[in-house]
Design a protein around this ligand. Structure first.
Ligand SMILES: Nc1ncnc2c1ncn2[C@@H]1O[C@H](COP(=O)(O)OP(=O)(O)OP(=O)(O)O)[C@@H](O)[C@H]1O
Ligand SMILES: [Mg+2]
Length: 413
């Protein structure tokens, strides 16, 4: 029993908290064992705003997952998000000294340490260090310099910083729920692991995860993250607008959005369909047409997509016309949203579900679960890295190459 390698991903969303349990088999394959998912309390726009309610949500999600898989969960990989995150570029230079000037793992560690040693904005800390390029004696575009020969090694990295207090509070919530934190993961990185194909990562891709309270943007090209940003806007903004516009409760507005929300025109239903709504302070039943719903939903979605697109284009890699768009997150499920995105962005747009793996039920193959499934992938890489000899002090293991290119290094506090 002790020999079993169990990984648990914990998605602390603004809408739902989900815990997903998988077992790593001898072959290295991951087999999903069980899911626990509950409405989230105390988490708004990805950030803990109510400590005890958030702890309670985590406990309930974990208990449900434990019941589903029949195991006791002790440690998890939680994901974190929020508009406090900053992505900044940095670089480091290191002169090699070894015999024959061959680049060793230690040189790589050193050059990355230099790239990380810049003055951070006060109150922030590095959560991830993602190398984007290595330059060896002015030769650019080197993916993995270990084993090569050269005298001057330069690393360009993207540092993902989060507000220390927000990260600490997320960690405290998980610990108060009786769990230990194996490693915190910036949510879009987990999502990218589950949603993107290798070819997309190489060719260039703009990933947008539209959640309830946040929209996360991640730009990747040549296998490396180039830009990341979290907007404090999401599908809950649509619900809120419907509730105000139709004078209904948030619960009713959410139901209207899920059952009848869409942004493509359908003349037949526009003419015939009447959707019943309950208005606050009124007894008699009233009706709205799909056209009325659309007149509230569409401008909001368009605004959200335009802001996200403008932010994505702040990164030059996103401006390349070959960079296509991958959408995920529960908000991306609104019928017509991906068509509108493709019209606005003039790029091909794909709605992504988690890539297939053993035990992935139909429920989990929903774009909502991409970060949750991605956390398992992240956990697996983390576990392999530790097994290969990289300790917690930030030493890099033998599988460095794949690790760096896919998710980067776990940041040190
Ligand atoms: N079929 C659907 N059509 C329209 N909207 C949907 C659909 N399914 C889910 N949503 C919306 O997606 C949002 C939840 O998405 P998701 O589960 O990705 O959010 P989250 O991860 O909890 O939030 P965040 O990432 O912002 O912290 C809710 O606002 C919900 O109304
Ligand atoms: Mg989310």
């Amino acid at each position: 029993m002790n020999e079993r390698k169990i990984i648990v991903g914990l998605d602390l969303g603004s809408h739902r908290v989900s815990a997903l349990v998988a077992e790593v088999e001898e072959s290295g394959a991951r087999r999903v064992l069980g899911l626990g998912t509950v409405p989230s309390e105390g988490i708004r726009k990805g950030v803990v705003v109510g400590f005890e309610p958030a702890v309670d949500s985590v406990r309930r999600a974990i208990e449900e997952a434990e019941r589903a898989c029949g195991l006791e969960i002790r440690s998890v990989y939680p994901c974190v998000t929020g508009d406090h995150f900053r992505a900044i570029r940095s670089e480091g230079v290191h002169a090699t000294e070894g015999p024959g000037r061959e680049i060793h793992e230690e040189d790589l560690e050193q050059v990355i340490r230099v790239a990380r040693s810049l003055q951070l904005p006060s109150g922030y800390r590095i959560l991830h260090t993602l190398p984007t390029d290595f330059i060896l004696d002015s030769r650019k575009g080197i993916k993995d310099p270990v084993g090569m020969t050269g005298t001057r090694l330069q690393a360009e990295v993207l540092l993902l910083l989060g507000e220390s207090s927000v990260l600490d509070n997320t960690e405290k919530v998980v610990e108060r729920a009786g769990l230990s934190v194996e490693g915190m993961v910036f949510s879009p990185l987990a999502t990218a692991l589950a949603a993107l194909q290798d070819a997309e990562r190489e060719e260039g891709v703009i990933m947008m995860d539209i959640g309830a309270g946040t929209t996360e943007i991640l730009v990747i090209r040549e296998g490396a993250a180039r830009h990341a940003e979290v907007l404090p806007l999401g599908s809950a903004n649509i619900t809120r607008d419907l509730s105000i516009g139709l004078n209904t409760s948030l619960e009713d507005a959410e139901r209207l959005k899920l059952d009848h929300g869409m942004i493509h025109r359908d003349d037949a239903t526009d003419e015939e369909m009447r959707v019943p709504i309950r208005q606050v302070g009124r007894e008699e039943e009233r009706f709205v047409t799909p056209k009325t719903l659309r007149s509230i939903i569409e401008p909001r979605v368009q605004e959200l997509l335009e802001i996200a697109w403008e932010r994505a284009l702040s990164c030059s890699a996103a401006r390349r016309p070959t960079s296509n768009v991958v959408l995920c997150g529960g908000g991306s499920l609104l019928p017509g949203l991906s068509d509108l995105a493709s019209q606005l962005f003039e790029r091909s747009v794909r709605l992504a579900s988690p890539l297939q793996q053993q035990g992935l039920t139909a429920e989990l193959q929903n774009p909502r679960y991409t970060p949750t499934v991605g956390l398992l992938q992240y956990g697996y890489r983390h576990l392999t890295q530790q097994r290969d000899g990289a300790g917690d002090k930030g030493r890099l293991g033998g599988n460095l190459k794949r690790w760096l290119r896919s998710v980067g290094r776990k940041g040190q506090k």
